[in-house]
Design a binder for this molecule. Structure first.
Ligand SMILES: NC(=O)c1ccc[n+]([C@@H]2O[C@H](COP(=O)([O-])OP(=O)(O)OC[C@H]3O[C@@H](n4cnc5c(N)ncnc54)[C@H](O)[C@@H]3O)[C@@H](O)[C@H]2O)c1
Length: 274
């Protein structure tokens, strides 16, 4: 039970990698605040997680005997994030772990000059500023506790470019930068901040993730073809599974990584090593 007695906040927990992390953390004894917008966002051309998916993640976690709070909140809205974190503090008395996972992958599929200003701002607002808002909401408390672990789910797009994904790539590079700067801010206070950079993750029926298929759709290529392109570019010739990311997030969240801060951990089968 590597997270026994700890309370963790996971954003974007309705499905996909957020659900996989929530389940893994619940197995390891963490009480959880599961936060998700749980509804569609204007400008995002695919359905986001739903309230029923968020509730389902919570049920799966409660099966492991941990306490779970669920809050519908948009990481673009500081007040909503603060209210959700406040409820978790009231219930659990502390916040030990934050996983900044909420994110969108589209609108994309355009050259940089073709992106509308509103599309650009939406991507940065969710994928970069959203993570800063949750750090803003938990950073003071973790600093006073003199302990905490923040795991920012970036992407290989935080390390290398991808054609026709300028907004996403810029947001994820920004998130890696935020990770490094915040790691230095909080290091003297024993609060750790690390980034996790998954490669392309297989859409999985248990986690109900759909980012891979949405990226394929943005690029207007069939999902099979998109998967094949990634497999060929991948030294280990396999897509990442949600559990691979959850295991890495667990390690960064737990005290096993107690001297690790400011690091950028890839879970990409060697993709960015080439
Ligand atoms: N799936 C991949 O291949 C992959 C690879 C690298 C990085 N990532 C990153 O991992 C994270 C999770 O991706 P996923 O594949 O599970 O995606 P997903 O679309 O399946 O899940 C994302 C979740 O975030 C929520 N969300 C979106 N915008 C939100 C907002 N404004 N406020 C609160 N919640 C919001 C959605 O409702 C959804 O439940 C993202 O940050 C993504 O960029 C994914």
């Amino acid at each position: 039970m590597r997270l026994a007695g700890k309370a963790a906040v996971i954003t974007g927990a309705a499905r996909g990698l957020g659900r996989a992390c929530a389940l893994r953390f619940a197995q390891e004894g963490a009480d959880l605040l599961l936060l998700d917008v749980a509804g569609d966002l204007p400008g995002v051309p695919y359905p986001l997680g739903s309230a029923s998916q968020l509730d389902h993640t919570a049920e799966l976690c409660r099966d492991h005997g941990v306490a779970v709070l669920v809050r519908q909140a948009d990481v673009r809205e500081l007040r909503q994030v603060e209210a959700a974190v406040g409820a978790a503090v009231e219930r659990f008395g502390r916040i030990d772990v934050l996983v900044n996972n909420a994110g969108i992958a589209a609108p994309s599929g355009k050259a940089a000059h073709e992106i509308d200003e509103s599309e650009w701002q939406l991507m940065i607002d969710v994928d970069l500023s959203g993570a800063w808002r949750t750090i803003r909401a938990v950073g003071g408390r973790m600093s006073r506790q003199r302990s905490g672990s923040i795991v920012n789910i970036a992407s290989t797009a935080g390390l290398v470019g991808y054609r026709h994904f300028a907004g996403y790539v810029a947001a994820k590079h920004g998130l890696v930068g935020l990770t490094k700067a915040a790691a230095l801010d909080y290091a003297p206070l024993r609060v750790r901040v690390n980034a996790l950079c998954p490669g392309s993750v297989r859409d999985d029926s248990q986690a109900e993730g759909r980012m891979l298929s949405e990226i394929a759709r943005s690029l207007e290529v069939p999902v099979d073809e998109h998967e094949e392109t990634f497999l060929q570019a991948q030294p280990m010739n396999a897509l990442i599974e949600p559990e691979d990311v959850a295991s890495a997030a667990l390690w960064l969240a737990s005290d096993e990584s107690r001297h690790v801060t400011g690091s950028v951990l890839t879970v990409d089968g060697g993709f960015t090593t080439r």
